[in-house]
Design a protein. Structure first.
Length: 247
């Protein structure tokens, strides 16, 4: 949890932000294959030939080979102005203007006590159907963020900078017939669904859980059978058969 505030014109709204995404991957420890003992990671200085404590480690930028300029945590903190420590709104946009590729991490914004300004801000976002665009610092990194209303909750998303989004050039489009396009559109329409995130389960993690359970019970783990998929090279045939399978 991080306590901060939203700066909205001359209005200041005290808030706290919490990450809302958690990693559901099953955690594994690294063991020595021979004795199954836990592997220990040692931070070692080859120059001093000794193990180094975390408190004795600083960050360095290599500007020439083996030559560094260093920054302490205090120097990093001094780079943050008081304005950057808050969530400063710089404008409002339509959510549709922001491509999902720019969204990084999600947070929920809350207040610890009832706040007229907080409630008013939420209602104003609802009425205008806009998303707030703001800037702030989280940890040691500067971010632009969006603040939007979702089911009466304020959700904040970090945005990647444009220079961080690297999309390679596409290969030139291949030609296709109108009939192939019509079949592809028909196939898409036949596979339309409602997005219900609660229905989508991490199938790979479920398989890992099942394997771990089998091994705990001393059972042999069998390799799952591969799906029998046909490799159809002719695009028209593949489209026609796909439509038959979903109809």
């Amino acid at each position: 949890m991080k306590k901060t505030s939203i700066s909205f014109g001359l209005v200041n709204i005290p808030v706290e932000i919490n990450p809302i995404i958690k990693n559901n991957d099953i955690a594994f420890n690294q063991l020595h294959k021979k004795c199954l003992s836990r592997i220990r990671y040692v931070k070692y200085c080859p120059h001093c030939k000794k193990e180094v404590k975390q408190t004795d480690i600083i960050r360095g930028y290599e500007y020439k080979n083996d030559q560094y300029v260093t920054l302490t945590n205090e120097e990093f903190n001094n780079l943050k102005s008081e304005d950057e420590k808050i969530i400063e709104i710089i404008g409002f946009v339509n959510l549709s203007e922001i491509d999902p590729i720019y969204f990084e991490k999600s947070y929920i914004i809350r207040t610890s006590t009832k706040s007229k300004a907080f409630s008013l801000f939420k209602e104003a976002l609802l009425k205008t159907k806009k998303v707030a665009l703001a800037k702030t610092v989280i940890g040691t990194k500067f971010y632009y963020v969006t603040i939007r209303l979702m089911d009466n909750s304020l959700i904040m998303n970090n945005l990647y900078f444009d220079e961080e989004v690297v999309i390679p050039d596409e290969v030139a489009d291949a030609k296709f017939t109108k009939k192939e396009l019509d079949l592809a559109v028909q196939l898409i329409n036949s596979l339309k669904v409602k997005f219900k995130p609660e229905e989508y389960v991490d199938e790979y993690q479920e398989k890992i859980k099942e394997v771990l359970k089998q091994k705990e019970e001393g059972k042999a783990v069998k390799k799952p059978k591969a799906k029998n998929t046909k490799n159809i090279k002719d695009l028209m045939t593949a489209l026609e058969l796909s439509l038959k399978n979903v109809s």
